[in-house]
Design a binder for this molecule. Structure first.
Ligand SMILES: NC(=O)c1ccc[n+]([C@@H]2O[C@H](COP(=O)([O-])OP(=O)(O)OC[C@H]3O[C@@H](n4cnc5c(N)ncnc54)[C@H](OP(=O)(O)O)[C@@H]3O)[C@@H](O)[C@H]2O)c1
Length: 333
């Protein structure tokens, strides 16, 4: 099969279109013919080697974290899917590789794709929708009537997180540039702050939840908009000790992680608010619930551009500009 491969960890390193071995189907795997995949900033970070300490992919490996496609074979222990099913998934860490014609995925990581949406739309959702779900539902436990601040509302995560927070009954504030204000309003944002001309810290106060996806300066400022008891969930770091424990890091790495998050944890403590780092995980059951929300119209995917498979490197470069609106999709079949 054809696949886009990382030959060595390198910042902005080129992807190689390779003739690659067909995936091996393990007991509980489904083999999926990839119709579409989408790009996440995580792809570039993995290629650059930023995450190799805790995601030790051994080059050469196939890149790509999102997929929508058709099941063409099932392992003997598979119980939830059959050949012909149309699924979408974010395969679990260390088993990614969706920039390819086929991928074998553990059945627990997949769900039937939203019925009402194309393969391209479906492929845009898994990683960002799971991130929004795990931040807002699992960690922050957003309740109706709460106030939620979602940074970068026009991004892949932001476009879904705004809609999910509204569905959960929250009032939503977001940051966006003026050119994307209409988009984030159409997704349900109640308060839109132009991050180029306004300081969100001066506009927002008394918030229950912040979803942080920006730099460390923004992270520290975000703590100030929370009310006591509020919760800041960061998906852009720094990792916290709970994350180190979940990954089973050794004592030295745990210490490093503790130091990295020391200032934010200290400031959070002094303000009486909670700080959590989230690194999203694969979860097919959550994708089932997300598909229901998509089919009911509560959440719609936002796709900026669709690239052909032959332009996978261009799709990655486009996302790396940091200016994409919603998601960038790659049509494989
Ligand atoms: N920990 C996890 O599990 C996890 C999961 C998913 C993502 N992430 C991380 O979260 C971050 C966001 O991911 P993403 O997929 O949403 O990225 P993305 O789609 O590439 O974000 C691009 C969007 O961000 C907006 N933007 C850029 N700078 C901004 C700023 N200072 N304020 C407000 N908006 C800004 C841009 O709008 P303009 O063009 O208007 O500037 C653009 O629409 C990345 O660092 C990613 O790696 C982490």
């Amino acid at each position: 099969m054809k696949a886009y491969v990382v030959d060595k960890y390198k910042k902005k390193g080129a992807l190689r279109l390779a003739e690659w071995q067909d995936p091996q189907v393990q007991n509980a795997d489904i083999l999926v013919r990839v119709h579409a995949t989408s790009v996440n900033p995580l792809d570039s970070k993995v290629r650059d080697g930023e995450f190799k300490i805790f995601l030790p992919y051994r080059p050469p490996f196939v890149l790509g974290h999102d997929v929508a496609g058709t099941v063409v074979k099932v392992g003997p222990a598979v119980s939830r899917f059959k050949v012909g099913d149309e699924i979408y998934a974010r395969p679990r860490d260390l088993r990614v590789g969706t920039f390819a014609e086929f991928i074998a995925i553990h059945e627990d990581d997949a769900a039937l794709k939203p019925r009402t949406r194309t393969m391209e739309d479906a492929s845009s959702m898994p990683l960002v929708a799971l991130t929004a779900w795990q931040a807002l539902v699992d960690v922050a436990k957003v309740k109706p009537g709460q106030k939620v601040f979602i940074q970068a509302g026009s991004g892949g995560v932001g476009t879904i997180a705004i809609q999910l927070a509204k569905h959960l009954g929250a009032t939503v504030a977001t940051t966006s540039s003026a050119k994307n204000a209409a988009l984030v309003k159409s997704l349900g944002a109640d308060v839109v702050i132009d991050y180029k001309t306004q300081d969100f810290e001066k506009v927002l106060s008394g918030y229950d939840v912040v979803l942080n996806s920006q730099d460390s300066k923004t992270l520290l400022k975000s703590l100030n908009v929370l009310k006591p008891g509020g919760h800041l969930v960061s998906i852009s770091g720094p990792p916290d000790p709970a994350f180190a424990t979940t990954l089973g890091m050794n004592a030295l790495l745990k210490l490093v992680v503790r130091m990295l998050s020391r200032s934010v944890r200290k400031k959070a403590k002094s303000l009486g608010v909670h700080y959590s780092f989230l690194f999203m995980r694969a979860d097919g059951r959550q994708l089932e619930q997300i598909a229901t929300l998509v089919d009911s119209g509560a959440i719609r995917p936002v796709v900026d551009k669709v690239f052909p498979f032959s332009q996978t490197p261009e799709a990655l470069a486009y996302v790396e500009t940091g200016r994409s609106k919603g998601k960038v999709v790659i049509k494989v079949q």
